[in-house]
Design a protein around this ligand. Sequence first.
Ligand code: AMP
Ligand code: MG
Length: 357
Amino acid sequence: MKTRVVMVDAERPDPQAIAEAAAVIRAGGLVAFPTETVYGLGAHALDAAAVGRLFEVKERPATDPLIVHLAHIGQLGQVAAEVPPAARALALAFWAGPLTLVLPKKPVVPDVVTAGRPTVAVRVPSHRVARALMETCGAPVAAPSANRFSRPSSTRAGHVLSELDGRIDLVLDGGLTPIGVESTIVDCTVSPPVLLRPGGVTREALLAHIPDLVVGGRMARADSPQRAPGQLARHYAPAARMTLFEGAPAAVQARLATEARTLVAQGHRVGILAPAEDVLALAPELAAHAASGRVRLQAYGRRATPGTAAAALFDALRALDEEGPDVMLAAGIGAEGLGAAVRDRLLRAAEGRIVNV
Ligand code: AMP
Ligand code: MG
């Protein structure tokens, strides 16, 4: 299959391009499109065959359910059997935006979308291209991140093509996605609601609306002190084996320099993914290894502004991966605000290998 790429303005998408993409989805095809979080790969959510193809091209296991995207809150009744008061409050506060709510599903939602669960995950994206697409489609759109399973999510059309070219019908190229990490997921089928995945809406912001919000799901597991390396499922993963280093910035920088030298001495090619201030501090120390190509330094945002780290994370991870290191060392940025989502992605990219410096 030939994958068409159509450029769209992220602020004022061309109605012609949107109409073409909507027609592809209505006909059962697959369209990658930008959202405010990452690129999504969309299929008609009520078309089980189209959703089945979506799983195939992503090589995604059938046990991993999809998020259903809507044009506006008024469409909720099409897919959700019930909207508890807490869910309504969150939807009113954060939609359109990077928040996904898990709700009891209507029978019309095919089992393939929800991996056989009685619940459906829904969100209303705020990106103009995504909203225009959903509106023109007139149908709910199931859209996981536009990448092959277990790989980093895509924040540029080029990332989508590097993994899905020839497998999908169309890519709407709307440039960089602004937030850069996926949506926050809250399970609203239980009371109080449970935070399942950190993402574009911070826990701090959710707590202002739901003070008794429970931190659960993968967040609880990821923070558990019993967690052993290798226990977390491989996700967002680069080809190289990654370890995450956390602690005071100066200590992390010193440790990364030592680790890098040791690994180079053992014959490894080392990639370092770190906030810009760490890269600046390490560049002179590792200059000789960088010049010989044994060490690559890749910055992703700054500690003081977790939003910059979130926005740069997947692009930086992919760029470093393409340099072909066989070992990656990553420096964390803490867990304040959007830092929690960044930490969750890094921890999974590292399959739980974490070192407290
Ligand atoms: P992705 O779109 O690739 O970011 O992945 C969507 C994620 O949403 C899945 O991996 C699940 O963790 C979550 N999800 C989707 N549907 C449900 C559901 N019904 N219940 C709980 N989690 C869900
Ligand atoms: Mg994904």
